[in-house]
Design a protein around this ligand. Structure first.
Ligand SMILES: [Zn+2]
Ligand SMILES: [Zn+2]
Length: 200
């Protein structure tokens, strides 16, 4: 909790402090980075988190084994503070996503585009990650919690709850935030429009 909601916002502020006289063209990297982050969320969750890949077994066990065994579509809410261990991203996943997908892009942009673009990219990635943790935590809050009652959060929660159904977890709703990747790759499952899934 302290790392996610205490240290991460400081890292975000640190990135923003690096910016100097950003041009409008440089700002364009923000929406592009958010789309990239959404697709990374999709790909990372669809494959290494739900399929055992050589060398990435820890990621698979932590998610498919622990998070999904701990929370099912019928038992979504956390019941005690200890449950947060199964909810928040463990350091191994932070290292996997930021080391594997964010750091190389930052490096390339710093070297070939501009420092502003590189820092805006990392800031977008961190902001996306924070938004992810907030939303995912909201989905697993006890019934009636104010976070889960917000309209958009409730709708997104239904999608994630469907993903926690053991029959759907390996094939549907791999975006945990906004279902852009699921929509693009045809894996979006709206709980009310189909009782049984079809396809892969
Ligand atoms: Zn979940
Ligand atoms: Zn999952």
């Amino acid at each position: 909790m302290l790392f996610t909601f205490g240290v991460v916002p400081l890292l975000l502020a640190g990135c923003l402090l690096q910016l100097e006289a950003v041009t409008w063209r440089e700002w364009l990297v923000v929406p592009a980075s958010l789309v990239y982050a959404n697709l990374v969320e999709y790909v990372g969750h669809r494959w290494p988190m739900h399929r055992p890949f050589p060398g990435l077994g820890l990621i698979y066990r932590r998610h498919a084994g622990q998070h999904h065994r701990f929370f099912t579509h019928e038992a979504m809410p956390i019941e005690s503070r200890r449950d947060l261990r199964a909810l928040l991203f463990p350091p191994i996943l932070v290292i996997f996503f930021f080391g594997g997908f964010a750091a190389p892009v930052w490096f390339l942009r710093e070297a070939f585009v501009s420092a502003n673009v590189a820092w805006l990219f990392v800031a977008s990635a961190i902001a996306y990650y924070l938004n992810y943790e907030l939303l995912h935590t909201a989905y697993h809050m006890p019934d009636g919690h104010w976070l889960g009652r917000l309209g958009l959060v409730r709708r997104l929660c239904w999608l994630h709850q469907a993903h926690h159904d053991p029959r759907l977890m390996a094939s549907r709703n791999f975006n945990i935030t906004y279902p852009l990747g699921d929509w693009l790759f045809g894996t979006l499952h709206r709980p009310r429009d189909a009782a049984t899934p079809s396809g892969p």
